[in-house]
Design a protein around this ligand. Sequence first.
Ligand code: PLP
Length: 424
Amino acid sequence: MRIFEQLESRVRGYVRSFPVIFESSEGAIMTDESGNNYIDFFAGAGTLNYGHNNERINNALIEYIKNKGPHHTLDMATTAKKRFLTKFSDTILSPRNLEYKVQFTGPTGTNSVETAIKLARTIKGRSNIVAFTNAFHGLTMGALSVTGNTFYRDEAHISRSNVSFMPYDSYLGADVNTMDYFRKLLNDNSSGLDLPAAVIVECIQAEGGVNVASAQWLRDLAMVCYDYDILLIIDDIQVGNGRTGDFFSFEEAGIKPDMVALSKAIGAGLPLALLLLRPDLDQWKPGEHTGTFRGNNLAFVASYEALHYWDDMDFSNAVKYKSDVMRKEIEAIAEKYPELNASVRGRGMVFGLELPDLGFCSQVSERCFENGLIIELAGADDQVVKFLPPLIIDEETLLKGLAIVDQSIGELLAERKEQLTAEF
Ligand SMILES: Cc1ncc(COP(=O)(O)O)c(C=O)c1O
């Protein structure tokens, strides 16, 4: 690992939590240089929904390269892009009665968010944007300004001007409808809240601690936006692309956002981001919002293949089935160790196990890794263990991974007890 310590910036993060050198990966398994296997419950932070080295996707990429398909073409028309757009429209948009234009942004999630808030401000001629407590939308300046967590933000380099934060669903407890508060502020011309151009929201705040907004809260939010002429931007970068069992996380609520930011698994493991826009919002002048890496042809090829998972309901049903397996097993872990006061949240195949004992989650993640499982943390204080396996994981491997979490917590608690006994 010396070369990474010597040459790579201190900013490196995940390599510290998972300090081995990975050499190969397949499906839901990663293998290090010493031949140790790890079950992957992190899935590239939601990028590898279709697994590592998916055979169908790999074969298509190999074929494309063999045939000398162009890799980089800025935003010129290519066969790969044509096939992707046609497939995305036929398989994802049309069956859901969604009419969106597709804007390719720079290839990361934060690029898509930047584009959405810039366009919203331009169209509405208003500067304010509403974001929510515990939101995570990326780390470039605009996206950072609508991200809640102060760990990523320093007063010195980014100001929150033109952004107002509202309480997310259940932020003030299960009994308080935070949408009533938002509506009241909008209704009161003395509240101090500037009418926003847009609201940006995640239907499930994955990084923020796996906070799940209810379908009703999302419908109320959509109604508030409609009543006050505010654009609704859904950030579906992490929990879209099938993570909830539906392709989009907002489908369950039956709402139609004005814009949808997509990245991560839309490229099936390769860098790709896009912004879906209501056609009347597509008010850009040609070339007005540009960038060198918009629409990566290899990612179009990969994504085209991945979209075949959505040709029928089998994949979606399998995700919903595995979601039930996950919920049952994670709730059983929470019940098994009452001393942890754990709570379980989630939807689809993203779950959070909140352990209020600060610092314990990182011990769990560390021990899980020693026991052969890659699992990350979420929440402002890293107080949530976040379960985010590839959607294609088979049930046996899923159960094995869940058993490792159980085993690791059991070991840590037993060691803690032993220590306490020794001290007295
Ligand atoms: C909901 C959400 N939005 C935006 C981003 C930023 O994406 P990227 O890291 O690709 O810029 C992330 C990344 O984790 C995310 O989870």
